[in-house]
Design a binder for this molecule. Sequence first.
Ligand SMILES: C[S@@+](CC[C@H](N)C(=O)[O-])C[C@H]1O[C@@H](n2cnc3c(N)ncnc32)[C@H](O)[C@@H]1O
Length: 337
Amino acid sequence: MRYLLYPATDDQAVNFYQRQSEIMQGHILASSSLPPDAGRVSVYKNYKQLPNVFENDFVKKICTLVEKEGITSIVCSNDFVAWELTRMFPSMPVVTIGDGLLSLANRYLSFEKTSQIFITQFEKKHLRKPIITPLQITEILYSVSCLFGQSYASKVFHFVDILEQCPKKGIVVEVGALMGKQSTALALLGQIYEYKELLIVDPWGSNQTPQKDDHVASSDYMKLLKWDYIKKVCEAHINNQRYQNVQIIQNTIENEVKNINDISFVYLDGNHDYKAVFTQLDLLKEKMLPGGCIFCDDYLWPVSDSVKRAVDEFVEKHNDLIARTVLLDENLAIYFK
Ligand SMILES: C[S@@+](CC[C@H](N)C(=O)[O-])C[C@H]1O[C@@H](n2cnc3c(N)ncnc32)[C@H](O)[C@@H]1O
């Protein structure tokens, strides 16, 4: 197999090349319209200059190159160029890498559509307009969709649903932030809902909170993670937002909860062990404002029934404190009286 990487000068193409093993790199011929001695092109072991895809002699020159070098497929990071190449060479496989303009625009459009549907349903259900606009939701969904996280971007809809109903001006707490995907969503939502403060609580270290109900392979994987770096990324995401009433606290919620009061909303996404979830709910219940909500992530966790068992037991035991529970996809929102 021999691959032609074209165009080879943008970040996604260079990253793709650098990620490949030595063996794979030997099979890649890189090409763009830049001369062979231009800056970034020096990363490539094999490089050939070709015209820009829209220049008259492009088809002739690429055909000669493909034949001479025995190219079997083209790898392309620009979906606009990939589309042109597929049109020119219908029988040549063109593999796209990374996010192109078209896929990013489609992602934005689909978020916008879903936000409109959400707002319409919200208005029907609550007989009022939400504080947030569809465009604001779309922007938040789009921003967090580009971040790494062990949770879906669409969770933003659940946050909005809850924040619209929760007491305003209370504290919002995220338990378990990892790289800060949903922390970023909560910080962006903080600009709109103006909560008193956002507290992001995570120990960022596998030793402090080993997850015992989890699969062994997954616990081993947690030990591999560079927690200091993960924390740094989370901090960078948060500090880059306009909403600045944020505290990032490196601690377990079990140890930190004594310092927290007047909570309107908790996003509970920390240790998923039965014992940990039950203990955390038990400690947090004392700190909730009337009408406040704890969102139990992964209530229907496919890995184990640990979260569900803990939440169900808590809800049964403290039924007198609870106004209602609402299933939001695989998560359970507990509203307090
Ligand atoms: C599932 S990840 C969180 C994913 C994150 N919410 C996101 O949006 O990508 C679980 C996180 O919980 C943290 N954690 C584990 N035990 C905790 C505890 N007792 N208190 C607070 N955080 C905890 C872990 O360090 C890990 O970063």
